[in-house]
Every structure is written in structure tokens, then in C-alpha cells.
Design a binder for this molecule. Structure first.
Ligand code: ZN
Ligand code: ZN
Length: 236
């Protein structure tokens, strides 16, 4: 594939000019991201353990079934049918997400896309709907990581993507608590297409309270979407 050839060339040039250490093992990563192939395989492999995960937050279940102890005590999702967050938001997860979102290490997009694409093989017939960025984010930063990830999934893996949601809120979600987030989001995410697919996977990078994906799911189900899953790279 042309893109993998391009990635190899980019890795070669970039590690010759700016050698990077792997965040996990400390060895030279030999590519344009701070993670070596060996550690990527070990830490960003296929989760392959959905039966052992909480359906609401994605954390590993110890003795409980379906929902973890924390999620039993909070309001269940009404519209999201199940979440599939891939990896824990541990030290490595945080470093990778910061390097990608804040540091603008675009090479990580292809790594994350490969992780998502591998999981998507288990969901034939589902359409990816990216979580919409805050208004003005693309204008201010020049890019949105979920938009970029969706684009890569579509271009390099042929994943069906429909960017049908827009966000109109001006208040940043991370400054708010769980209930305020839900209120802030309500009505501020809207669908810009007259119809939506029957089976959707909402794509985001990090799952925290789940308020954003729940609001997206609410909008989609009002338009007769039947099944809404949420897939994120990390869960907190
Ligand atoms: Zn390593
Ligand atoms: Zn849970």
C-alpha cells in the first residue's frame, strides 16, 4: 500500500534526523513516534476481552457481570447501547494522547487508526460517526484529531464514515461536572443530514463521563437510528 511505503520512508527520514526514545522501554523507537513497534504490539494490541469489560465504562470487571461497581451507582446510558473503549488511560495512554492532541504528532494518527480498524472488523454494517469538535476548534487549532482519525480510517481502511453531527456549544466540556456537561450538551449537538444510518459507532478519543457520546446517541436515535455503540481509544 502506498501509505505504508510512505510511512516507512517518513519514519526512516524522521528517525535519522530526530531519533526518539520509546516512552515504554526507553530504546530508540526507530520511527517518527515515541513508541517502538515491540511496545506498540504489546500495549496497543487487540483488546480481545469485551466479555470481561463493563458495558458502560469499559473498565475490567473483577467479580461483577456486565456493569462495574461504579457504574451500578450512576445513571445508566439511555441511548448508547454499549461502549468499546480500547485501552486504559494510564501513563502511556496520557503521554500518547498529549503527544497527539497537544504536541501535534500526526504520525500517531496512523497508529491509532490501525488499532480502531482492527476492532471495526468485528462490526460489519456499522457506520462510523465522529464526535463533532467544539465550534471554532478547527479554525483555532487547524485540525481536529477525531476528524483526522476518521479520515485515515476511511482513506486507508475503507471504513464507512459519516460526519453527520455538529456541535454548537461554546462552553468547554472539561470545565464542567457530569450533570452540567449533560445540560450543556443538550440541544447543542445536532444532526446535519436528514436521515442517519441504522447502525452507528460513535468515535471519540477518550471516554470519561460518557456525556458526549450519550448526547450524540440521543440525537441519532431521535432520527430512528437503531443501534448506537461508542468506540474510543482510551477509557479513564
Ligand atoms: Zn518500546
Ligand atoms: Zn463501569
Amino acid at each position: 500500500m502506498a501509505s505504508s511505503w510512505f510511512n516507512s520512508l517518513r519514519d526512516f527520514v524522521s528517525c535519522a534526523l530526530f531519533p526518539q526514545s520509546c516512552l515504554v522501554c526507553g530504546n530508540v523507537s526507530l520511527r517518527s513516534i515515541p513508541l517502538c513497534f515491540k511496545c506498540q504490539k504489546k500495549y496497543l494490541g487487540s483488546p480481545d476481552s469485551w466479555d470481561l469489560r463493563c458495558r458502560r465504562c469499559g473498565r475490567f470487571l473483577i467479580s461483577a457481570k456486565e456493569l462495574c461497581v461504579t457504574c451500578r451507582n450512576i445513571a445508566p446510558f439511555e441511548e448508547v447501547d454499549r461502549v468499546f473503549p480500547l485501552y486504559p488511560y494510564d501513563m502511556l495512554g496520557q503521554e500518547l494522547l498529549v503527544a497527539w492532541k497537544i504536541g501535534g504528532n500526526f504520525s500517531l494518527t496512523s497508529v491509532f487508526a490501525s488499532c480502531i480498524a482492527r476492532e471495526l472488523e468485528n462490526f460489519p454494517g456499522f457506520i462510523i460517526v465522529p464526535v463533532p469538535p467544539r465550534p471554532g476548534k478547527i479554525r483555532k487549532k487547524g485540525w481536529d484529531q477525531i476528524d483526522l482519525l476518521s479520515h485515515e480510517l476511511s482513506k486507508n481502511y475503507g471504513a464507512p464514515v459519516l460526519s453527520c453531527l455538529r456541535r454548537f456549544s461554546q462552553v468547554q466540556q472539561k470545565q464542567l461536572g457530569r450533570e452540567e456537561r449533560a445540560l450543556n450538551l443538550k440541544g447543542n449537538i445536532r444532526c446535519i443530514t436528514p436521515t442517519v444510518p441504522k447502525k452507528v459507532i460513535i468515535l471519540d478519543d477518550l471516554m470519561t463521563t460518557g456525556a458526549t457520546v450519550e448526547t450524540c446517541a440521543q440525537v441519532l436515535k431521535e432520527l430512528n437510528c437503531e443501534k448506537v455503540y461508542a468506540m474510543t481509544l482510551f477509557y479513564d
